[in-house]
Design a protein around this ligand. Structure first.
Ligand code: GLN
Length: 483
């Protein structure tokens, strides 16, 4: 039995009693043990409990008892999503040993459907970054070439799914953190519409723009997970009250007659050559599949990186003010600091990127600068939203490469924050506008590195988005992961 089986197929085999969850989970744990020192996707692995849960599910099935729709599905969860019984570190020294007293809603929904959470996966500290290099536990590595970054901040999600260390993962996407690792690791990653999936129990970075999103090897598995995690949550007032669609049903409806707009500002200058030719090939493919492709201009995108980093940092600086080491944190013993020394010692434990964001955020919110930076950024955000609204009056979907460049070497850009920020140009628009966007594996470069395409849809149009992503996936044949 290959570990690279679709969740849909796996779950039906399990349900019919044709496959033992215990065996499959044991095999997955063996795989983790085999590749983890080269990849470092996981922060915490719970082998024992996973094996116990697997046995319990097998038993339930044998006894003919009712099981959940994800019964026996081995998944990983980004380590900024709260889980009881497993620490949630945010890859920060600040929360190194923190075990949450409650499950995030997305986690309790997975558990309620009998998924097996194998462990918690690596990220940039507090989800701030694009490479997973800003983890206090050290970087994750790209399974397609371990000298390269896997993308981020949900790098552990992308790596664990790509390297067959689990069947799917939950990440979080504030400015591209699900889609960037999906693109760099040749897997699928969806950032849902703001308000479709509960953020209760997601450790806040930038509340007004982030969403939890699924990562999987196949679009159909993303649809399956969305059926479980989407929907109103009384614990999160920002979730919409509408009933979510059934994303699995009619997934193969195709894209005949759909109008798809290539976003000019996401596909011009700054694209690496092979990404650019892959984009052309993707457009041709979408046309072959029956869509009509046009070019759409969203000129507010020119200001989107500046606006995103202003808003995200402002929210981060306020969210991270709570880490005072009084309610949770590390043990200093009885060193007896006076207040100021204590606070600076405690907060000195944040890593460099988080510190940079807090300083930037405090600055753009400060008296005299608020109007100049924060308010301006909010205006840009409104402008982007209105241009997106206009665009969707003429097209059904938008398309662009997910990342403007190919995966790069670990360490290559870490000392140049601005360069890293600029690489988010294609992903942050969906966050600022609140719309859904998905990254689908599309090509492998001449050097063997993955290239993903991004599709974007109007708010709550996940069903159409997934149908298009499914069409694109079905028409693409890519090699399996080399590790
Ligand atoms: N790279 C972006 C940032 O650092 C996106 C991160 C995310 O989506 N969590 O803020």
């Amino acid at each position: 039995m290959s570990l690279d089986i679709s969740a849909t197929e796996y779950l039906s085999l399990v349900r019919e009693g044709g496959l033992s969850v215990e065996e499959f989970v044991a095999k997955t744990l063996e795989r983790i043990a085999k590749v983890e020192d080269r990849l470092h996707a996981f922060i915490t692995i719970d082998s024992q409990k996973s094996a116990e849960r697997a046995r319990a599910i097998d038993k339930k099935i044998k006894a003919g008892e009712r099981t959940g729709v994800l019964a026996g599905m081995p998944v990983s969860v980004k380590d900024n999503i709260c889980s009881t019984g497993m620490r949630t570190t945010c890859a920060s020294k600040m929360l190194e040993g923190f075990v949450p007293p409650y499950d995030a809603t997305v986690v309790s929904r997975l558990k309620a459907e009998d998924a097996i959470i194998l462990g918690k996966v690596n990220l940039d500290e507090f989800a701030m970054g694009s490479t997973t290099e800003f983890s206090c536990f050290g970087p994750s590595r790209n399974p397609w070439n371990t000298d390269y970054v896997p993308g981020g901040s949900s790098g552990g999600s992308g790596v664990s799914v790509s390297a067959l260390e689990c069947m799917a993962s939950l990440g979080s996407d504030t400015g591209g953190s699900v889609r960037s690792p999906a693109s760099f690791c040749s897997v699928v990653g969806l950032k849902p519409t703001y308000g479709l999936v509960s953020r209760y129990g997601l450790v806040s970075y930038s509340n007004s723009i982030e969403q939890v999103g699924p990562v999987a090897r196949r679009v159909e598995d993303i649809a399956l997970l969305m059926n479980v995690i989407a929907g109103h949550d009384p614990h999160d007032d920002t979730t919409a009250k509408r009933k979510p669609d059934d994303y699995v049903q009619d997934l193969d409806a195709g894209i005949k007659g759909k109008r798809i707009g290539l976003v000019k500002q996401m596909a011009g200058e700054g694209l690496e050559k092979e990404v650019s030719s892959a984009t052309e090939a993707a457009l041709a493919r979408l046309q072959d599949l029956g869509a009509e492709c046009v070019t759409v201009s969203l000129d507010a995108i020119e200001h989107s990186v500046a606006a995103y980093y202003t808003i995200a940092s402002a929210e981060a600086s306020s969210n991270l003010a709570r880490y005072d080491n009084l309610r949770y944190g590390f043990d200093f013993g009885n060193e007896g600091y006076e207040f100021k020394a204590y606070v600076s010692k405690v907060r000195g434990n944040f890593g460099p990127e988080v510190t940079r964001r807090m300083l930037l955020g405090a600055f753009v919110l400060s008296a005299g600068y608020y109007g100049k930076y924060y308010l301006k950024a909010q205006q840009v955000r409104a402008m982007i939203k209105s241009q997106i609204d206009d665009a969707f009056k003429t097209v059904d979907l938008l398309v662009s490469p997910t990342m403007p460049i190919l995966p790069y070497k670990i360490g290559e850009k870490i000392d140049d924050p601005l360069k890293l920020y600029l690489l988010d140009i294609n992903t942050i628009t969906a966050n600022l506008a609140g719309i859904p966007a998905i990254s689908v594996p599309f090509a492998i470069s001449s050097a063997g590195l993955p290239i993903g395409m991004q599709l974007l849809a109007n708010s709550f149009e996940e069903k159409a988005l997934l149908q298009a992503a499914f069409s694109l996936q079905q028409s693409t044949r890519l090699p399996g992961v080399p590790i």
